[in-house]
Design a protein around this ligand. Structure first.
Ligand code: 5GP
Length: 202
């Protein structure tokens, strides 16, 4: 009997702290892996093909869409992003725990077509705090910040259909809450049966 992998889908408006939370989660739970998406966006300095994303041309991406190679895909900020069906199926089959950092449109498509994922939405404590965090990043132009805020207001409305909502006011608290979700999901009896069978020869 092979343990079924846990597939966790995490979405958040830009500035909610998702990247830091996910990075910390990988450290605390080394058995979790980040799903590597396909994207048509250009690599940023330091990003590695096949590690951060699989960087492909729009033509290649569209070919994969036509071949039904994606479990979900979406256009975000003018670029295409998608999760390969193969990535999810292999993870599930091999008992790999996977974290998907994807936007709300993609998460909704996945929820409609792919059974068994755990959906988590991370929120900032307020719109004022979100603005403050985006402005403090200072990497983005004011116009980009305004666009992100408008988008965030729309995305926050999507939080209601996720399984869990975490409000990232204090990082440590939010991280404990995220860890608690991972732990409780990993102790679901159907995920423990492989280990139990080995321990007790049943
Ligand atoms: P970035 O370009 O900053 O790495 O990501 C931009 C946005 O694309 C983020 O909100 C991220 O969650 C989303 N994203 C990354 N990979 C995927 C994917 O495979 N599918 C979907 N739907 N969104 C993705």
């Amino acid at each position: 009997m092979k343990r079924e992998g846990l597939i966790m889908i995490i979405s958040a408006p830009s500035g909610a702290g998702k990247t830091t939370l996910c990075r910390q989660l990988m450290k605390r739970f080394p058995a979790m892996q980040e799903s590597i998406s396909y994207t048509t966006r250009q690599p940023r300095p330091g990003e590695v093909d096949g590690q951060d994303y699989c960087f492909v041309s729009r033509a290649e991406f569209e070919r994969m869409v036509a071949e039904d190679a994606f479990a979900e895909w979406a256009e975000v900020h003018g670029n295409l992003y998608g999760t390969a069906l193969k990535t999810l199926e292999e993870a599930r089959r091999n008992g790999i725990n996977l974290v998907l950092d994807i936007d709300c449109q993609g998460a909704l498509k996945l929820k409609e077509h792919f059974e068994g994922g755990v959906y988590i939405f991370i929120l900032p404590p307020s719109m004022e705090e979100l603005r403050r965090r985006l402005e403090n990043r200072s990497s983005d132009a004011q116009e980009v910040i305004e666009r992100r805020i408008v988008r965030a207001a729309a995305e926050i409305k999507e939080a209601r259909w996720y399984d869990y909502i975490i409000i990232n006011d204090r990082f440590e608290q939010a991280f404990e809450e995220l860890s608690a979700i991972v732990l409780s999901q990993s102790r679901k009896s159907f995920r423990m049966l492989e280990q139990v069978a080995k321990l007790f020869d049943i």
